[in-house]
Design a protein around this ligand. Structure first.
Ligand code: SAM
Ligand code: SF4
Length: 342
């Protein structure tokens, strides 16, 4: 691939609030093998048309430019990223970029028994796996699929492949699984999982989110504190999770309190959707198309690269100071988390 031609001012992804962007979340597909009730309705069918999905070559061109501009971490997500048939090749090619970023993955874990080793060999460093319950029947009710044991096998496969530490993400829903904060943490401690609770966010395709029903970080802290001594881990940096040592450490638990304790001031994340849209925030109302530019046959590769760079710089500059979930005027983005890339 040719040398990137961008002006100095576009080279670093700094927004108007001084936030330097180093992390790109890349959605590999909006499809999924589960239907978690806080994410996708069981009968969801509003999929991205196949010809809108970026090819792997197109994605690599974007990532080549983005990594040259300062992105040094890429997290693959979706939908379920492991449903992309060439996901191992995607990892291998990102790892081979001239400015190779660290590569991580957020997954429901179902395909990890098959793919964990190959992904690790291709350059994947870490995985986050989502699991909201330890009860197989409840899992089936929450996800509309009877696959609890496959997720557990996926977590084990990730550990065996050395994708460490294995982080496990859990969303607690009131009246559904909010009695599992302590059991999940006990299980995580016993099995060397790094557990993080995520507050439910207004990003579901079904529009079910309601503030009074959300289990807050304060509530989670209260439940955990009844059983464990939690002490804050200092130096959070740009990480979304607030980390706490459990009973003096070294084990920790994290809470991602996107709604009740927003961490926008330190956000360093940009997003690329599977259909080639840049987003500067999960909750942004706008996204900026890069697919048409990638497919413009009247442009040379150098011109396309310069276009990607200036688009990404503009998207970064346009980032708002915060997500605004707590403003009375907040409107949920038109696209759900599964299409944006969680
Ligand atoms: N399918 C993969 C998975 O489940 O890990 C990756 C995509 S999923 C959208 C990424 C993360 O977002 C998961 O940990 C999931 O639990 C979380 N998530 C999805 N919808 C959410 C919502 N409305 N609020 C909070 N977290 C959500
Ligand atoms: Fe699929 Fe992940 Fe959404 Fe669950 S949270 S439905 S696994 S995309």
């Amino acid at each position: 691939m040719g040398e990137l031609r961008v002006s100095e001012s576009e080279k670093s992804l700094v927004d108007t609030y001084g936030r330097v962007h180093r992390d790109m979340r890349v959605s590999l597909t909006d499809r999924c093998s589960l239907r978690c009730n806080y994410c996708m309705p069981a009968d969801f069918a509003d999929w991205i048309p196949g010809d809108h999905l970026l090819t792997t070559d197109e994605m690599m061109l974007v990532l080549d430019v983005a990594t040259e501009m300062g992105i040094d971490q890429v997290r693959l997500t979706g939908g379920e990223p492991l449903l992309r048939p060439d996901v191992v090749d995607v990892v291998r090619r990102i790892y081979a970029l001239p400015h190779a970023p660290k590569i991580s993955l957020t997954s429901n874990g179902l395909r990890l028994p098959k793919l964990a080793k190959e992904l690790a060999d291709a350059g994947l460093e870490r995985v986050n796996i989502s699991l909201d319950t330890l009860d197989p029947q409840r899992f089936k009710e929450m996800t509309h699929r009877d696959r609890f044991h496959d997720v557990i096998a996926g977590i084990e496969a990730a550990k065996e492949a050395g994708l460490l530490p294995v982080k496990v993400n859990a969303v607690l829903l009131r009246g559904v699984n909010d009695d599992e904060a302590v059991p999940l943490l006990k299980h995580a401690l016993a099995n060397d999982w790094k557990l993080r609770f995520i507050e439910q966010m207004p990003l579901d395709a079904g529009g079910l989110w309601a503030r009074p029903k959300m289990v807050t970080a304060d509530e989670i802290m209260e439940m955990l504190s009844a059983e464990f001594e939690l002490t804050p881990v200092p130096a959070r940096g740009s990480a979304p999770a607030e980390e706490f040592y459990v009973d003096g450490g070294p084990a920790t638990v994290g809470i991602i309190a996107s709604v009740s304790r927003p961490f926008c001031a330190a956000c360093d994340r940009l997003r690329l959707t599977a259909d080639g849209q840049f987003r500067n925030c999960l909750f942004a109302q706008d996204e900026t198309d890069v697919r048409a530019l990638l497919r413009d046959s009247s442009l040379s590769e150098d011109e396309i690269r310069a276009g990607i760079a200036s688009t990404l710089a503009k998207v970064t500059k346009a980032k708002l100071p915060g997500h605004g979930i707590n403003d009375p005027t907040f409107i949920q983005p038109a696209r759900p988390m599964s299409a944006i890339g969680g």
